[in-house]
Unconditional design. Structure first.
Length: 227
């Protein structure tokens, strides 16, 4: 006996699944990394710049039968940390002005600035050249060396600032491609700013004095024939 086609089972249509929403966790992670990088970069640069102006070492300069106290600041010991802190601060701001490969390059510059501060602070922390120079200036003798030399905690403050700059650079390298950039809505597709359309002044009615005065204010000759 043949089956009736009308009685054959019909498969129920499968409802299309709605597209899955993109996960929000990567976006939140990028925003947190942005906040941490900004804080680390700003605080790190500030620490290095403040520490560069503070006393890193102190001692005594022999002078006759006595001794005069002398000291050397961080910028006198080495000018590199302060200069690198300024470079890192500028790179932190420039991260948001560039895109794609330029952002990676600026982020790498930020990280290298922090690394340079760390290396310069560690290698020049025990250097007494600046302190001996201060002792020679105080005593008036070029070969005078400072005695009872000791260091302060300010080099370690600069060291901590360099680590914060390095951390900001690493975060920019890792999450910088997800961070926002400066808006370019006022730029043309070719890169130049859009020019404001030039308005054409209304024709001058010689029977209206106000039109004549407006034309004179614009530097036009209301009595001309326009040829």
């Amino acid at each position: 006996m043949k089956e009736n086609p009308a009685q054959a089972p019909v498969a129920a249509p499968v409802a299309a699944e709605p597209p899955a929403a993109p996960p929000a966790k990567p976006t939140r992670t990028a925003h947190r990394a942005l906040a941490v990088a900004l804080a680390c970069g700003a605080v790190g640069a500030a620490l290095v710049l403040v520490a560069a102006g503070k006393t890193w070492s102190r001692g005594l300069a022999p002078f006759g039968s006595g001794a005069a106290p002398v000291h050397a600041t961080g910028s006198q010991t080495t000018a590199l940390p302060g200069a690198l802190a300024l470079v890192g601060l500028a790179a932190l701001v420039a991260v948001f002005a560039v895109r794609r490969a330029g952002r990676y390059a600026v982020a790498a510059l930020l990280a290298l600035s922090g690394l340079g501060v760390v290396v310069a602070t560690v290698t020049r922390q025990g250097d007494r050249a600046a302190l001996n120079s201060a002792a020679a200036s105080a005593s008036g003798l070029t070969r005078t060396a400072a005695t009872h030399a000791s260091g302060t905690a300010w080099p370690w403050v600069a060291f901590a600032g360099g680590l914060l700059l390095l951390l900001a650079g690493v975060l920019a390298l890792r999450f910088g491609h997800r961070w926002p950039a400066m808006s370019g809505r006022y730029d043309r597709p070719g890169g130049r700013a859009a020019a404001r359309p030039r308005t054409v002044p209304a024709p001058v009615d010689p029977d209206r004095p106000e039109d004549l005065w407006k034309a004179l204010d614009r530097g036009e000759d209301p009595t001309g024939d326009g040829s």
